[in-house]
Design a protein around this ligand. Sequence first.
Ligand code: FE
Length: 285
Amino acid sequence: MKPTLKILESKPTIEGAGVRLKRAFGYNEAPLLDPFLLLDDFGSDKPRDYILGFPWHPHRGIETVTYVLTGVIKHEDSLGNKGVIESGDVQWMTAGSGIIHQEMPQQYEGRMWGFQLWVNLPASCKMMNPRYQEIKKEQIPEISFGKGITLKVICGEVKGAKGPVQDIIVDPTYLDVSLVPHAEFNFSVRKGHQVFAYIIEGNGYFYPQTKKAIGVERVVIFSDVEKIKISTYEHNLRFLLISGKPIKEPVAWYGPIVMNTQEELDVAFEEYRTGTFIKYRGEKK
Ligand code: FE
């Protein structure tokens, strides 16, 4: 198969209780990105765009990864976790059989900016116990990756640097990569893994195809690519590079719940209505 790139543009949307964000990809594009379901880019210097937040809501059948570049998000969940995700921190939440949580961005001086990725779970893990990993900025290794290239390893392993997010079912790699002008990034893709880049600063050239520089708020999906090559010319470039093992199962998805069949979705919403949604509340403390 010939290596190809597909480029998507993020779209403005409103989520939660009225948060204005950009959806890099979601429901319609997810079939191209298995095992990834959705990527939201929430960035604004106007508190009214985010302050209403994401009050109490359920999730089942997925994992969510929240990466805050700048800002503060308070969260609370049905496992009894309570905390703040601050600039540079990551929260990896496995909803499994069910979690009810709220995620509330706090008023922040300057630009509040972060990302939430949804990762699907295979049928065998959809009803696993929910769990949750909170990663502080200091725990995320930042390494030099050749001339003019630095990267943060959030999940996965690069040049012996291990990301602090562990045991995620689809075995993903999640990197935050920065290139200065006139740099070239070469990276080997794990066989059979789905890979995409989401550009968050500057622009760059993505091979094999692009003749024009690709800039911010674009998703580049790599298909049948064994080696990724990305270069910069007169601008810098920063992007998230995310890969994972495709699940290749049917997807039944409504709102915050993603299962394999419509019946499972109906059960989930019925349980949420009748108060039997939560199957596991964590170890007794
Ligand atoms: Fe949520």
